[in-house]
Design a binder for this molecule. Structure first.
Ligand SMILES: Nc1ncnc2c1ncn2[C@@H]1O[C@H](COP(=O)(O)OP(=O)(O)O)[C@@H](O)[C@H]1O
Ligand SMILES: CC(=O)OP(=O)(O)O
Ligand SMILES: [Mg+2]
Length: 398
């Protein structure tokens, strides 16, 4: 038996799970939130229901990794680091270079860092996590699992932008998508739930967390997805605008006297979305609470958010020429019956109807009525498990 750790480093968080493999038994898991801000929150769950939490400033991903490795020993989860034989890291952008998971060499790591332009909020954090692990555990199998890999099957008709061809050819200016590990995992689960072979079904997957994207899946492959060249495009998110008219960028820069375009992109990445429209919060739980209290901006933010998701789902009915199921996953998709209802209730023409008695907090599985032609499914995602499986698979080739 060997232990494998899966690391999912986000722009401001680091989620991890430690497994006994190949049994896929979770030994411990944790999350470090608010990295780079004050009062970062460090949580570990282990044993039979034990929990460890501390709140202190954690300025970097390196420190977060160092702390989690220290606590594995301090909390007696591990007797020694020798028990860990593999680590898998989520990497958001793999560009056109990485179409599947790879063992991380120095050259691979350099390329991941070079791909930061395609995921400015994510790849630098992913690379920092990799470097921090390499420094402490240099000899274990280290694998990168790319968010973009599942989308590498998209046809040119989906991934090309209507801009001069030379920009695609010279710079790879195209759609890459993200959250692929999650879209793959939940679409496979959906086929199982429908009792059908993945090859026979058409599925629309809605990964709605702090970052959010919608994907059209046919024959188990991604054929279109809402995120673009970077994870800024597509539906509205917690702090990201999603699709906007690009002409707004120079217009707003002039009006606001912003001279650096990166500053403008930062506004679209970090000050927009739910936060920007509501002027209240980027967190859906706060938005739902505020709208209940009559906050009109929060109400509008909620409506724009669900409107954009509905429109992308509708688009993908056209791309797939129909679908067997729509899947909701990730923090909001799994937990918010309000969002699911708001998205689906205006889509009865598409053959979807939610059974509200099933659409409750904590539900998993089919939430549609028996008459609903297209099934509406809630499926918890598990990016960490897919990562751990890839480490196990690639270990054999080391
Ligand atoms: N019970 C809930 N109701 C509504 N939204 C929720 C609930 N629990 C979590 N969320 C939302 O999920 C989002 C975070 O999702 P998550 O998938 O963890 O994001 P990420 O991985 O991108 O950091 C937040 O907007 C949070 O408010
Ligand atoms: C790519 C992306 O948006 O990831 P996350 O949802 O973890 O921010
Ligand atoms: Mg996520």
């Amino acid at each position: 038996m060997s232990k494998t750790i899966a690391i999912n480093a986000g722009s401001s968080s680091l989620k991890w799970q430690l497994y006994n493999m190949p049994e896929e038994e979770v030994i411990a898991k944790g999350i470090v939130e608010r990295i780079g801000l004050n009062d970062s929150i460090f949580t570990v769950k282990y044993g039979d229901g034990q929990k460890f939490e501390k709140v202190e400033d954690i300025p970097t991903h390196e420190l977060a990794v160092q702390m989690l490795l220290d606590e594995l020993i301090n909390l007696n989860i591990l007797a020694s680091y020798d028990e860990i034989t593999g680590v898998g890291h989520r990497v958001v952008a793999g560009g056109e270079i990485f179409k599947e998971s790879v063992v991380i060499s120095e050259e691979v790591l350099k390329k991941i860092e070079d791909l930061a332009e395609l995921a400015p909020l994510h790849n630098p954090a992913n690379a920092a996590g990799i470097r921090a692990f390499k420094a402490i555990l240099p000899d274990i199998t280290s694998v990168a699992v790319f968010d973009t890999a599942f989308h590498s099957t998209m046809p040119p008709v989906a991934y090309r932008y209507a801009i001069p061809t030379e920009y695609y050819e010279k710079y790879g200016a195209r759609k890459y998508g993200a959250h692929g590990t999650s879209h793959m995992y939940v679409s496979q689960k959906a086929a199982e739930m429908l009792g059908k072979d993945i090859d026979e079904v058409k599925i629309i997957t809605a990964h709605i967390g702090n970052g959010a994207s919608i994907t059209a899946v046919r024959h188990g492959r991604s054929i279109d997805t809402s995120m673009g060249f970077t994870p800024l495009a597509g539906v509205m998110m917690g702090t990201r605008s999603g699709d906007i008219d690009p002409s707004l960028i120079p217009f707003l820069m002039e009006k606001e006297e912003i001279t650096d375009v990166n500053e403008m992109i930062e506004v679209l990445n970090k000050k927009s979305g739910l936060l920007g429209v509501s002027d209240t919060s980027s967190d859906m739980r706060d938005i739902i609470q505020a709208r209940k209290e009559g906050n009109e901006k929060a109400q509008l933010a909620f409506e724009v958010f669900t409107d954009r998701i509905r429109k992308y789902i509708a688009q993908y009915f056209a791309v797939l020429n129909g679908a067997d199921a729509v899947v909701f996953t990730a923090g909001i998709g799994e937990n918010s019956n309000w969002v699911r209802t708001a998205v689906i209730e205006k889509m009865s023409w598409f053959g979807m109807e939610i059974d509200e008695s099933k659409n409750v907090f904590g539900v998993e599985g089919d939430i549609s009525t028996p008459d609903s032609k297209v099934k509406v499914l809630v499926i918890p995602t598990d990016e960490e498990l897919v990562i751990a499986r890839d480490v196990e698979r690639l270990k054999r080739f080391e």
